[in-house]
Design a protein around this ligand. Structure first.
Ligand code: SF4
Length: 318
């Protein structure tokens, strides 16, 4: 195939994949329709067909395409040859999620994008082999004052070999009662975001910076964060995810050792804890400010593309 034809085909496939993912995201968020006029300009026939066969349309899908193909947002790792179809990518990803023998340490593919950030302290020199080792070490923890008001320690849950970790701030009332992270309204939104990325909740790992619920859902205090975050860093070292998604300012600031506001650092990959960290908005914030969901979706697409690229690269070298 001529190089130009191949480029066009790849762009078309990327466009279709992007639009389908965004439609799925909108559907997951409860969208039931879009305005017809916004989908009318120079769309590929296949996409037009898909959009019209769907019960909804998209607000500005062309902008989404432009963003998705701009150099700034191109996946960091690419593979030679033709771009596989979305179904193939997803199938390959799923296979890889369950079958790839993970490397003990990964070299960073990209220099830190926020080099002026002081890197957080490294995890303590504790040789955890499994998450159970960490849980056993935590015990019935009373290391910080949050233990006084908690019902349950919310350790975290998901695939211990997940490619993506989501880290929030701390448990809320529902989480404290059930002993599971992100099971309230924000958790339901997080589930929909994960599914829109093409993953299932069981395929990722979800946890928080502090594992005990702060009274009245207040923000964890610095001493509480400092006491509990080493356990988070140890979990990351055991799981070795491709990407840690920091949900909200507290998670981002803990993971990156910065005081930078989330609005300044969201949507960018940073090197920390032996992996990539990408901050984005917390689902609880998105429930209060739904107009920011679009930005969060752009962030999550970067994570999805990065993980798929890594999966493809690993498949190619096996
Ligand atoms: S928040 Fe963390 S450090 Fe504090 S009591 Fe709970 S488990 Fe222990």
């Amino acid at each position: 195939m001529h190089a130009t034809d191949r480029d066009l085909r790849s762009r078309a496939i990327e466009l279709i994949r992007d639009v389908r993912a965004y439609l799925r995201y909108l559907a997951e968020l409860g969208a039931t329709h879009v305005e017809e006029g916004s989908a009318s300009r120079d769309l590929l026939p296949e996409w037009r067909e898909r959009a019209h066969s769907s019960s909804m349309t998209v607000g500005d899908e062309e902008n989404a395409w432009e963003r998705s193909t701009s150099p700034r947002e191109a996946p960091e790792a690419t593979v030679e040859g033709e771009t596989p179809k979305e179904e193939e990518l997803m199938a390959g990803k799923r296979r890889s999620v369950h079958s790839v023998e993970r490397q003990p340490e990964r070299a960073a593919e990209q220099p830190a994008l926020f080099g002026d950030l002081p890197l957080p302290s490294t995890a303590p020199p504790i040789a955890d082999r499994t998450l159970d080792d960490i849980r056993a070490d935590i015990g019935e923890c009373t290391r910080c004052k949050l233990h006084r008001s908690r019902t349950t320690i919310v350790f975290g849950e998901g695939d211990p070999r997940a490619r993506i970790m989501f880290v929030g701030e701390g448990p809320g009332a529902e989480e404290d009662a059930q002993g599971r992270p992100f099971v309230g309204r924000a958790g339901q939104l997080l589930n929909r975001m994960i599914e829109a990325m093409g993953f299932r909740r069981e395929e990722v790992y979800i946890t928080n910076v502090v594992m005990c619920r702060p009274p009245s859902n207040r923000t964890p205090e610095p001493d509480e964060i400092a006491t509990c975050e080493p356990f988070l860093f140890r979990k990351i070292r055991v799981i070795k995810p491709d990407v840690v998604v920091a949900l909200g300012a507290i998670a981002a600031q803990s993971l990156l050792g910065t005081k930078a506001p989330i609005g300044q650092i969201r949507g960018r990959f940073f090197d920390a804890h032996g992996t990539k960290v990408l901050p984005t908005f917390h689902p609880a914030f998105l429930l209060r400010a739904p107009e920011r969901k679009r930005e969060a979706w752009e962030d999550l697409k970067k994570v999805r593309d990065y993980v798929l690229s890594r999966s493809r690269s690993e498949d190619a070298t096996r």
